[in-house]
Design a protein around this ligand. Structure first.
Ligand SMILES: O=C(O)CCC(=O)C(=O)O
Ligand SMILES: [Fe+2]
Length: 468
């Protein structure tokens, strides 16, 4: 099936249709338009003090039980046993509300209520500190693990412990980050088709720029700039049709990684998991969870896929549906600005020491705006990716279609809120590289993460009815 033309060109159509003549920001519609920024801020502050923020500082007495409904549940109003620190909304307010409402705590009539809030926050803070030091220790141990693995492969000297994990790979013949387009090709990371789509798009964009600026210099962005997100990649829609398939509504697939690279990633994850079984590292329980590429120093793979493919493809395919841009503005640059890449392992006989954690995966949505899922192999039966419709739409929960695996190196791109599952792996081992991408600067800017994920617009969330 070919990718739907209307989807790919929808964005371009809207770009033409809407102009910047409709500013959406409320501040732009104030009669004060054009004033110095500081003046506007002064006015805003004054408005908040008079009729905005301060109105929210109405006194509240929490432990006299005059509010029988908390978190949507009936309270036992005959008991005097609850306090504001039990309420998530107050805890959240104490974190962010103190700035927004400078007199926030004045609404607490009882000093004991403030004490209880303070205690609860201190307990949280000590949890944060404990987790922080555990994470630092874990990361240092994983660095040692990776160092031991590379050393055993290379017989070389990797220097002192001051190296961070990604630096450990810098001399690795295959897994060091490619610096040039030629190196990327030679390392056989991307399929020929994926390389061609990206290289040709970038070449034609930079040629167009060159012609515009009448400069003679070669302005092809370096691969390093792309991996580090210094350059925004635009993929030419005319090249995408040949490369991509639309598998079902809102789910796309395309050959992305070579067999060689998939097998290298698989082997690395597997061997690291085996090495982590040794007494020195067994406390890490390394293979118990999917293996994050950043943690093992291979975050460049995630960066490459994110900047080269996920960001630009999402602008073509998910800009409006995932609210990556406003309805009434140009597409502009991608607002996907966060990514996490990990390798998940499945097996008919899961073994943590081989990095396989499960037989299957239950239907779920991802905490991402857009997810890329690339099959790394190995030889297995079962393990199809099944889709059950977009959360927040009438299709939610109904089987829409499935993509059979293994098709090593083939990636699927779907919205994170598209319910999906992995069916039982009935024989062999199955690995997948998953990249979750989020838009903190846009989609999630003013939304509670759980409401955003669940597309909730009712009052069932703590952040909604109870927030103020
Ligand atoms: O393994 C797969 O194909 C899907 C994994 C997945 O959905 C997830 O990790 O969120
Ligand atoms: Fe998922």
């Amino acid at each position: 099936m070919n990718i739907r033309r209307d989807c790919l060109f929808y964005a371009a159509f809207l770009t033409k249709r809407y102009t910047k003549a409709h500013p959406s920001s409320s501040i732009a519609t104030l009669p004060t338009q054009g004033m110095e920024e500081s003046t506007l801020m002064d006015i805003e502050a004054k408005q908040n003090a008079l009729g905005g923020g301060a109105i929210n500082e109405k006194p509240r007495v929490y432990n006299t039980n005059n509010d029988p409904i908390v978190n949507g549940k009936d309270r036992d109003i005959s008991s005097n046993s609850w306090n504001p620190s039990d309420e998530l909304s107050h805890m959240l307010h104490a974190l962010v509300g103190l700035d927004r409402y400078p007199n926030y705590l004045s609404r607490f009539q009882q000093f004991s209520d403030i004490n209880s809030l303070e205690k609860a926050l201190e307990a949280r803070l000590s949890d944060v500190r404990r987790q922080k030091s555990e994470i630092a220790e874990r990361r240092a141990d994983i660095r040692q693990l990776v160092r031991g693995y590379i050393l055993s492969e290379s017989e070389g000297d990797l220097g002192k412990d001051s190296y961070n994990c990604s630096e450990l790979w810098c001399d690795h013949p295959l897994l060091s980050p490619p610096k040039t387009w030629t190196e990327l090709r030679e390392k056989k990371v991307l399929t020929d088709q994926a390389f061609k789509v990206c290289y040709r798009s970038i070449d034609s964009t930079s040629n167009a720029r060159k012609a515009k600026s009448k400069k003679r210099t070669n302005s092809l962005p370096t691969l390093e700039d792309i991996i580090h997100g210094k350059v925004q990649v635009h993929l030419d829609p005319s090249l995408l049709e040949e490369w991509m398939n639309q598998e079902m509504y809102d789910v796309y697939s395309f050959p992305l990684l070579t067999n060689e690279f998939c097998s290298l990633l698989r082997k690395t994850v597997r061997e690291l998991s085996i090495l982590a079984e040794s007494d020195e590292f067994s406390h890490l329980q390394f293979g118990r969870r999917p293996i994050d590429l950043d943690t093992i120093g291979l975050g460049w793979v995630t960066d490459l896929l994110f900047h080269m493919f996920i960001q630009p493809l999402s602008l073509h395919l998910f800009a409006r549906t995932e609210k990556l841009v406003d309805d009434d503005v140009d597409l502009g640059p991608s607002t996907l600005d966060w990514r996490q890449g990990y390798v998940a392992g499945y097996s008919s006989d899961p073994k943590e020491y081989e990095g396989t954690q499960r037989h299957r995966l239950v239907p779920h949505t991802d905490d991402s705006e857009v997810t890329l899922n690339c099959c790394l192999g190995d030889e297995f039966k079962g393990g199809s990716v099944e889709f059950y419709g977009l959360r927040g739409t009438p299709r939610e929960g109904h089987f829409v279609g499935k993509i059979d695996r293994p098709n090593v190196g083939t990636a699927i791109l779907h919205s994170g809120r598209n319910l999906h599952a992995v069916s039982n792996v009935s024989s062999g081992d199955r690995y997948a590289l998953i990249v979750w991408s989020r838009s903190w600067s846009h989609t999630r800017l003013n939304t509670c993460p759980c409401c955003c994920l669940n597309r909730r617009q009712d009052s069932t969330c703590i952040c909604n009815r109870r927030w103020n």
